[in-house]
Design a binder for this molecule. Sequence first.
Ligand SMILES: [Zn+2]
Length: 322
Amino acid sequence: MIDEIMPRLYRIIIPLPNSPLKELNSYVIKADDRNLIIDTGFNRTVCFEAMQEGLRALDIDLSKTDFMLTHMHADHIGLISKLVTKTSTVYFSRIDARVFDKDISWQPMLDYAVINGFSLDDLMKALHNHPGFKYSPETIPEFNLIDDGDLIKIGDYSLQCLLTPGHTKGHICLYDEKKQILFSGDHVLYDITPHIESWSYEVNALKNYLESLEKIRNLPVNIVLPGHRNFFTDLKGRIDELKKHHQNRVNEVLEVLGKNTMSAYDIAAGMTWDIDCESWEQFPIAQKWFATGEAIAHLRYLESEGRIKRNTDQKIVTFSAY
Ligand SMILES: [Zn+2]
């Protein structure tokens, strides 16, 4: 399915079956010399077919097309190796690109999950069910690495790259100052709350996220084009809702913790999740993984604010109130 958003700017809706996100918005800017595609969908046949159909309808020649990937998640970059041509430039965040460095392994993340209360058995299952494993591109193309403030020009669109860490470490939004359009990736979504998780102690994902919300909160916008679901116009209002949401989640974590000493995994089990299951035990493993990652991000934030303490003297890391 295709919408024309404004002259020479289109959206192709890419279905994401079995994902709570439902679909990905792939944006296409058509210009006389080059086209630009922003985000692609999973590396799955159903996504590829929807993309091909959209590109055909828009009469897009891939050999005259460049790509911009807002962040490293598989629903955004999955199809890149199937779409890229020898003449394509692929713009990608310098920071997110580090996850594809050959010498970076998943092991530190797994170790971190185990010390936060995940069982190793569950962990292996979670990994194999993780879309990042199943639907990533076969090969990673050569990237044109981008930094905060870089400009991507395409036709009469001029897109400023805004580094907005939180959802991922190197997430990039694109802002056209003249047209007042913001491509918000997964930084600000309208219908759902962006997933904020942390799988390493070094990263304070929620703090970064809240700061990145502030960074774009006052941008003048006519329209915000997010990575999933509906377009919207009230950027400031939506950001304030997201800030409130995380404040509520932080309070919920404190409530679950109470006077107890608990692991992140057990705290996640005690929180409320918008998922169709009666109990934590029935959660699909992948959802336990996302939930625990989200709990850790909130715990790490609370710790940095001096509101809880982290106990590292046992095999499993626990948290307790002061
Ligand atoms: Zn994402």
